[in-house]
Design a protein around this ligand. Structure first.
Ligand code: KG4
Ligand code: ZN
Length: 518
């Protein structure tokens, strides 16, 4: 067990009441807490748990479109570490999700640290309730937030959540460190979002005990791209064998596992459902917790899996067959997408140009090896949106430019120099990505940059990014080739992180084909 925020249970009450007594001059009784836990929907009670027991708890009550912070306390030895912010952020995000208009609370005017926490969260003094505290006769300070839906409050809640998550992640990280920490979690993960059926067993988020990838590329290549119906059928055929192989290779049985992770989006719905259904079945049969992973977060975690020193704050470029996004990552689990492709993904552009040149599917590897023999300056293809001032990309114009060029040359009876074409196309893609990557790293002041996704396997992109970022004092992390393209080890690494944070996917969960990273 490590540090996480989860709903309060009756079995937590010994610890909760002890903290309550040590914190407040007029503590709530066990009976009051039990009464609260029996209230159901209108209440939210959470605890922060750790290997040393419960570190704190908080609760709120919804009444109409208002929500009242009922109680919030942190164990004496855990104060000052941001856990209060984590719990308050949980209550406020929950209230915002419920559509609550404003939040309120009462606090002792002498409790300066609590008032500071509430003020930072956007609560402001709105009056006093005389004689509220029976022990001293002190009044209560009444505090209210502005509308939770206002821009200012949304921003405050986001900041508070980030602060809270950072403090939790820091504790989670230290709690699971191999040096003297508790046993590291053993996670089996399943990936089936596109055309690879994959399963992997990873210990402690870093030690890959097995990684099995059954590619369907041969079945799709004759159609020049992934055919969703074929993908779905092939996943169904392969999944049992792939998962068994991953367990056998790792030398573990289902009974040894701590959790089952699965990619539940984004991706092809018919492909995702195969992995999700199989993982749910395993979780149901074994009683193991099920953890859902966003495929893109998996690609990001490939970096940390390969090199544990890769830690946020960082900026990442996720480039795959379906995605091209620049993401700011202030802490694991917090993803701000700065910009994305407005049309084709980078990998898709490589695949389409490869098809045009008759190079087969997938096109990325073929184009990049052809490009090594060509001149990147031979043909001046457009650098779309390089000066757009934002972090978005557009790749469909480049694909059209390549098509137009090929048509024109063929009509003129000139032979096309495929290596020059591949190198020039590749350079046009890379130039824009490197330019925007460097700008994002500068704007967000990071010293770490992660390249992720299938296109990260492109050596020219890796080299160009590494050189450009190094000139700005930014280190580039790129996973080894086998962790760049789709695999389940990266999903296990991300699942490990989510598992330790106490996140679970219900057995009624479904695949979410357009799942967003932010
Ligand atoms: O991440 P991935 O395996 O699957 C998706 O989640 O989409 O990425 C596959 C994409 C394909 O479009 C493939 O052409 C591209 O990654 N890719 C490359 C290279 N190797 C794979 N693109 C450029 N250069 C490469 N060497
Ligand atoms: Zn992928």
């Amino acid at each position: 067990m490590t540090t996480c925020v989860r709903p309060m249970r009756a079995s937590d009450l010994d610890a909760v009441v002890a903290i309550e007594r040590a914190t407040f001059p007029t503590p709530w009784t066990r009976g009051i807490f039990i009464g609260e836990l029996l209230q159901g929907e209108s209440r939210r009670w959470t605890v922060v748990t750790s290997p040393t027991g419960i570190l704190g708890y908080s609760g709120s009550m919804q009444a109409g479109d208002e929500s009242h912070v009922m109680n919030l306390a942190v164990r004496a030895d855990a104060r000052g570490s941001g856990l209060g912010a984590a719990m308050l952020a949980d209550l406020m995000s929950d209230a915002a999700r419920r559509g609550v208009a404003r939040m309120t609370l009462e606090v002792r005017p002498s409790n300066a640290s609590a008032i500071a926490l509430y003020e930072a969260a956007g609560f402001h003094a709105a009056g006093e309730r005389p004689g509220y505290y029976s022990d001293t006769g002190e009044p209560a300070l009444i505090m209210w937030t502005d509308e939770l839906d206002s821009k200012g409050m949304r921003e405050r809640i986001r900041e508070l959540s980030e602060r809270g998550l950072r403090s939790i992640s820091k504790r989670a990280g230290s709690a699971v460190s191999p040096a003297g920490g508790p046993r590291r979690a053993l996670v089996l993960a399943i990936e089936s979002s596109c055309d690879e059926t994959a399963a992997s067993v990873v210990r402690g988020g870093h030690e890959v005990l097995s990684s099995v990838v059954a590619s369907q590329v041969d079945f799709h290549s004759r159609f020049g791209g992934v055919v969703p119906e074929i993908a779905s059928r092939k996943h169904t055929e392969a999944i049992v064998g792939v998962v068994d192989q991953a367990l056998t290779d790792a030398g573990v049985g289902l009974g040894d596992l701590d959790a089952i992770g699965v990619t539940y989006g984004p991706g092809l719905v018919g492909a995702l459902v195969v992995g999700v259904a199989y993982a749910k079945g395993l979780a149901l049969a074994t009683g193991l917790p099920l953890v859902g992973v966003n495929h893109l977060e998996g690609h990001l975690f490939a970096n940390n899996l390969a090199d544990p020193t890769v830690e946020p704050p960082l900026v990442a470029l996720i480039v795959s067959g379906g995605h091209t996004s620049l993401v700011h990552v202030p802490a694991w689990g917090i993803y701000h997408t700065l910009g994305s492709t407005l049309d084709d993904a980078a990998g898709e552009a490589f695949d389409k140009v490869a098809k045009l040149l008759g190079l087969g599917y997938p096109g990325g590897p073929a184009i990049s090896s052809l490009a090594k023999m060509g001149d990147p300056a031979a043909i001046a293809f457009p650098r779309a949106m390089i000066n757009s001032g934002d972090y978005d990309f557009s790749l469909s114009g480049l694909k059209t430019a390549v098509l137009t060029y090929v048509d024109r040359e063929r009509k003129a009876g000139r032979e096309i120099h495929a290596p020059d074409l591949a190198a020039s196309f590749q350079a046009a893609v890379i130039d824009v990505q490197v330019f925007k990557a460097v700008r994002a790293a500068e704007e967000f002041g990071v010293t770490m940059f992660c390249l992720a996704g299938g296109v990260a396997a492109n050596p020219a992109l890796r080299d160009a990014l590494r050189v450009a970022l190094a000139a700005h004092g930014v280190r580039l992390s790129v996973p080894p080739f086998e962790l760049c393209t789709d695999n389940a080890a990266m999903i296990a690494a991300a699942a490990n992180f989510r598992f330790l944070r106490g996140e679970r996917l219900g057995l009624d969960a479904e695949a979410v084909p357009d799942l967003s990273l932010s």
